[in-house]
Design a protein around this ligand. Sequence first.
Ligand code: FAD
Length: 411
Amino acid sequence: DKRHVVVIVGGGAAGISAAASLHMRDRSLDIAIVEPSSTHYYQPGWTMVGGGVFRPEVTSRPMSEVMPGFVSWYQQAVASVEPDENQVRLADGSVVAYQALILAPGLELNWSAIDGLEMALGSHGVTSNYRQGMAQYTWQTVQNLAQGTALFSQPPMPIKCAGAPQKAMYLSADHWRRRGALAHIDIQFHNAGAVLFGVPDYVPALQQYIDKYGIQVHFQSNLVAVNGPARKATFQMTDAEGNRHEREQAFDMLHAVPPQRAPAFIRESVLANDGGWLNLADDTLQHKAYANIFGLGDVSGTGNAKTAAAVRKQTPVVAENLIASLQGKPLPAVYLGYGSCPLTVENGRIVLAEFGYNGVLQPTFPQWVNDGTRATRAAWWLKAKQLPALYWHVMLKGREWLAKPATRDAR
Ligand code: FAD
């Protein structure tokens, strides 16, 4: 049997950052990461690939390059967590025991919840920046469209990077505007939710772009089926009285985003909350029932925006608290729910949303970069030129730039 002081499940944004931050604090700590994939993806870059700004190659690296040299890497999926035995069971049936566990397996894109979508992806103008390798097809489709109907869908919350369905739409619309094609393209945003963005402060700035591009917005309109060859999408719409009806809509392009949920080994386990997400304390990121389990990233049931930006702030909190708990000390660090969403409203400008629990604004950048009421060039420069390097060389290396955690007293 294998055993380690710390076992981390997942080698994505959250798992690698957590390992690096722990190692920064205690170089002797015995850490293992369980991660099946041989590639690590920088998913925030996929929006930029879909908008023709980044080449797809810059959004991935071999996992072997990202995996820190100091960890033991099990290249397998975890099949189940056995928290009462302090062990995880791997896909091949073997077990790895831990003193402390960090759960960071991300979330699952539930493609099959939308009838016909998975089969249709990648042809007939059906695309999704959420699909690994598909953002390039988004950009091709956008460039090839000179007239017709373009649909963009957003599923029920929560999803990772809640602004990303709209980002794809704005960047597409901006391209058509520059090409002089905007007047010939009917753009529709079908949003399963009832608001443009969950934090009201940012809505006016976004609404300006909806108006500028002439986008028709349908709230409470949920994509339920796609027929690629026939180029038809079916939406379930809910009216003001709560009545539901289905509406079919022909399209020339469809950018679809599937509903999202925690992976089954979390969702269907004792570790989940009522919503099926990892049941963590909002502030300490410690599991509510198992004191030696922590979690971070998209799997978390805390009410923050599921973003890599959130991971940047969660990482030092988990590192500090886990080390304190191994020493039998009280947990010192708290997470205030920070998340961020750089809304790419046009090629060259971004509305930078930065907020914590309950939509409380938490800007880390000065107002000339982050002015919630308008799009800025500085925020675009940050996203296009700085954030990728910040991700690979700062966050994944455990350098906690602008991420100092709050302490209990500061709350
Ligand atoms: P991931 O990075 O997805 O990593 C999860 C890892 O766990 C994967 O490597 C996976 O292989 C592994 N895993 C899964 N199941 C198991 C298992 N059973 N056993 C072991 N390992 C497992 N964030 C921003 O901050 N800004 C943005 O602008 C932004 N834009 C985005 C745009 C798009 C289109 C998308 C898709 C995401 C965007 N995000 C953005 C969100 C960001 O990518 C995620 O929030 C971030 O990657 C979360 O990190 P994570 O480690 O929790 O999950």
